[in-house]
Design a binder for this molecule. Structure first.
Ligand code: IPM
Ligand code: MN
Length: 357
């Protein structure tokens, strides 16, 4: 089969890890008889420098024509001025909105060989295997009004947390569907004891549960969910939540697997186009040194094969190869114990490719 993939390497270690994920995809194409074409475009800080915009129109147009988009990371100290008109992160928000990517999937499944790397005791990590479904185009990130106000000699700032019924329905529906082939447990996370938007969220999720009698729905308050993620992370199966709660909880969840460098994500929407990116940031301190962990990006490429290209066998093949590399003791600096041999970005990818069979 023929597929066209747009890459958005971005800033910092984004280009380093995206390059490696592309190598793995090319290897998969060769071994399974597909043709993948790749086309790189700008996003984030480098796009601001080159064009003044964090998401140039040309980039968005290219993404709209692609079968899938693979993103590295955006941002860095160079563009950190809080008074700057445009920030690299604006590019990320604009592409989510521009491609209608309302669902962000972040699977969390620690590898047994890396349980030591988590700050939690190993027995708590045992059996952890859940996926967070984060709403991505609503809530505080996009709600209007969003502005500064001046009145009576004081300055105030306002953000708006708004959700429409259809926005809640489509994301909760996706979460129910994801729970079905898994352990059939859905935790809907909200703050219904305080927020009106959460009360609507909870009401709709409860209504929808009637369509999924085989899935057990629980409502969990976000503060309780934050606590349970560290006291009993293995109790979760699928978590669905609004944008800001999901942003915070997924960083918390990331530490369970031992390193941010390992986690992939998929952003999906109404169209067929999906965007895939590791959840780690641009890590400017190690950019260009060739030592970043490529596994988050490689596993994002596996999600791309699964969700956008519907190549499940190929996706599982990559995931198994990564698992085996870790089982066999392959380690980048972020997941190595003292005295262990440390691989660089390219060497780690080579080890994965060797195990793609
Ligand atoms: C993430 C990031 C982004 C977000 C930032 C960079 C805008 O933290 O993807 O989780 O808050 O969504
Ligand atoms: Mn985040």
């Amino acid at each position: 089969m023929n597929f066209h993939i747009v890459t958005l390497p971005g800033d910092g270690i984004g280009p380093d890890v995206t390059h490696e994920a592309v190598r793995v995809l090319q290897d998969i194409a060769e071994k399974f008889g597909h043709t993948f074409t790749f086309e790189a475009h700008r996003i984030g800080g480098n796009a601001i420098d080159a064009t003044g915009s964090a998401l140039p129109q040309e980039t968005l147009d290219a993404c709209l024509k692609a079968d899938a988009v693979l993103l590295g990371a955006v941002g860095g100290p160079k563009w950190d001025d809080p008074r700057a008109k445009t920030r690299p992160e604006d590019g990320l928000l604009a592409i989510r909105k521009g491609l209608g990517l309302y669902a962000n999937l972040r699977p969390v499944k620690p590898h047994p060989a890396l349980a030591f790397a988590s700050p939690l005791r190993e027995e708590k990590i045992h059996g952890v295997d859940f996926i967070v479904v984060r709403e991505l185009t609503g809530g505080l990130y996009f709600g209007e009004p969003k502005e500064r106000r001046k009145a009576n000699g004081h300055v105030s700032a306002v953000d708006t947390l708004e959700y429409h019924d259809y926005e809640i329905r489509r994301i909760v529906d996706l979460a129910f569907k994801l729970a079905r082939p898994r352990k059939k447990k859905l935790a809907s996370v909200d703050k219904a004891n305080v927020l009106a938007s959460s009360r609507l969220w909870r009401e709709i999720a409860t209504e929808m549960a009637a369509d999924y009698p085989d899935v057990k729905l629980d409502h969990v308050l976000v503060d309780t969910a934050a606590m349970r993620l560290v006291t009993a992370p293995a109790s979760f199966d699928v978590i669905v939540t609004e944008n800001t709660f999901g942003d915070i909880l997924t960083d918390e969840a990331a530490v369970l697997v031992g390193s941010m460098g390992l986690l992939p994500s998929a952003s999906l929407g109404q169209g067929t186009i999906g965007l895939y990116e590791p959840i780690h940031g641009s890590a400017p301190d190690i950019a260009g040194k060739g030592i970043a962990n490529p596994l988050g990006s490689i596993l994002s490429a596996a999600m791309l094969l699964r969700h956008s290209l519907h190549l499940e066998t190929e996706a599982v093949t990559i995931e198994r190869a990564v698992e085996r590399a870790l089982t066999d003791g392959c380690r980048t600096a972020d997941i190595a114990r003292q005295g262990e041999r440390v691989l660089n970005t390219t060497q780690m990818t080579d080890e994965v490719i060797k195990r793609v069979q």
